[in-house]
Design a protein around this ligand. Sequence first.
Ligand SMILES: [Zn+2]
Length: 174
Amino acid sequence: MPLPQITENLPFVKCLQCGIEFKQRGKNQKYCSKECFRVHLIERREKFNEERRLLRQKVQELWGRLEKKGPQAGRASEVFAKEFLQENGFHDVKLLDYFYMCPFDIVAKKDGTYYVFQVTTRTHCEVTRHLALAQDLGLRFFAVFVKPDLSGALLRELTKGYYELTLEEVETLK
Ligand SMILES: [Zn+2]
């Protein structure tokens, strides 16, 4: 009994990468060669990276940047964060900046429970070790993302080592 010639009926199609017509060896084959498939993957990755870069740039533009850096700017954003937390129902809000090398910027209470906070004027924060400490202490850990022009803030719970504000989140403060 002869082997079925399954490739026999497959059509000629245009390679999505180079445009050359080729006879398909499988129904889902979209590229004429391994090389064209490889180039396609590279171009797709570059496009993805470029889209991500543009998105980050847009987020950054909407969010703004600190005009002046340094301890005073940091202090101003922490004081803003303190008031923001008080307005959002937290009490006993304490800035911990008097405590050298304290891993948290603020501690506050709500309904009798303590919470710890990191304050940042950036659009992302990396908190792996601090989060591990908060978890060991049984404390929920939040980031207060303060807009550099002090026009608003976003409160986000940190449950992973990294948090990055999305465009949608930043747009809520426009
Ligand atoms: Zn090709």
